[in-house]
Design a protein around this ligand. Structure first.
Ligand code: CUA
Length: 340
């Protein structure tokens, strides 16, 4: 990416972060996993903080009470002092063991509590990590209710959601700090995570395991909406892509389905049924806020740049540059804007 483009993305993310109600940290917890973990963290910090202050206190007192000047003889404690020293060291070791065991027990208790919480989820979403984006598939017992989107995950507030985590290529890691801790995903081995958002909000998650050059642009944003907004969103996502209305949009759809785009991308309701699962489903592309997993805002300008020169936004991305005649390019962009 050229410097001005980088600066734009940086500045827009800084400005956007100003709109965020929730900073992307564990302490702004919005769900039980993050909340329990944050409480445990504060407890650990308090105990270890007290010990730290005590140790430093003893160190400074010892430095303050220096031995008399000119005393070069080695220290030979009196029998009574030696006995006191043994008691002091013995007690210190005892207290250390008690504290460590208590902290271990506490971690175990919190872990058990959260394992108990994870039972009986009400919803299931499959999230597959790809280099460098997330495939998000809403599962259901009713096949017609299943749909796929990318990078932006919507969930209803107060619902226990089971995330089935998969990797299509290398090791990735899912981390949504406001909702839960990290979970690494090893290719060929499914992982699980249960999340519940207890309030509405936009919670920014990301890949937390270095997975190649564009690891930094692998955002996974969670939109926690009210049940009714979520249902409306899901209903719209299940629909096929809207039919183009103008001649230019129709031409754009033809460019999409007959040119290179359809080799990888799916647009439900068109001939672009996709031959590879290594590219996002674009049926409702314009319902998403960003493109390329947070690499750029989802505007007509950036989308155009992404088509003809993806490496200017995300060097090394697996999306190849698509050379198009000027008219086809205009038509394609017009068509993509209809994918609401
Ligand atoms: Cu995927 Cu880092």
């Amino acid at each position: 990416m050229k410097f001005p483009a980088r600066l734009t993305v940086l500045m827009s993310s800084v400005l956007l972060s100003g709109c965020l109600r929730d900073p992307s940290v564990l302490f702004a917890s919005a769900g039980p996993h993050a909340k329990e973990t944050a409480t445990l963290f504060w407890f650990f910090l308090a105990i270890t903080g007290v010990i730290f202050v005590l140790v430093l206190g003893v160190l400074f007192v010892s430095l303050w009470r220096r031995r008399e000047e000119g005393l070069v003889e080695p220290f030979h404690p009196l029998p009574q002092t030696e006995k006191n020293l043994k008691t002091i060291v013995g007690s210190a070791v005892g207290i250390t063991i008690v504290i460590l065991t208590a902290l271990l027990g506490l971690s175990y208790a919190v872990d058990q509590k959260l394992i108990g919480f994870d039972r009986d989820p009400q919803m299931e979403i499959e999230i597959t990590g790809h280099q460098w984006w997330w495939e998000i598939r809403y599962l259901s017992d009713t096949p017609s209710d299943i749909f796929t989107t990318a990078n932006e995950q919507h969930i209803p507030v107060g619902t226990k959601v089971h995330l089935v985590l998969k990797s299509a290529d290398v090791i990735h890691s899912v981390w949504i700090p406001n909702l839960s801790g990290k979970r690494d995903i090893i290719p060929g081995h499914d992982e699980d995570m249960v999340i519940r958002a207890d309030r509405k909000g936009v919670f920014h998650g990301r890949c937390a395991e270095f997975c190649g050059v564009q690891h930094a642009f692998m955002e996974l944003t969670v939109y926690a909406d009210s049940k009714s907004s979520f249902d409306a969103w899901a209903k719209a996502q299940r629909l096929p892509a809207p039919e183009p209305l103008t001649a230019e949009e129709t031409r754009g759809r033809d460019v999409f389905t007959k040119d290179a785009c359809a080799l990888c991308h799916v647009i439900r309701g068109t001939d672009a049924t996709g031959y590879s699962s290594n590219a996002p489903d674009l049926t409702h592309l314009k319902s998403r806020k960003t493109i390329a997993a947070g690499a750029a805002p989802n505007t007509k300008t950036y989308l155009g740049k992404w088509i003809i020169d993806p490496y200017s936004l995300k060097p090394g991305a697996h999306m190849p540059p698509i050379p198009l005649a000027a008219e086809d390019y205009r038509a394609l962009r017009a068509y993509l804007e209809t994918l609401k």
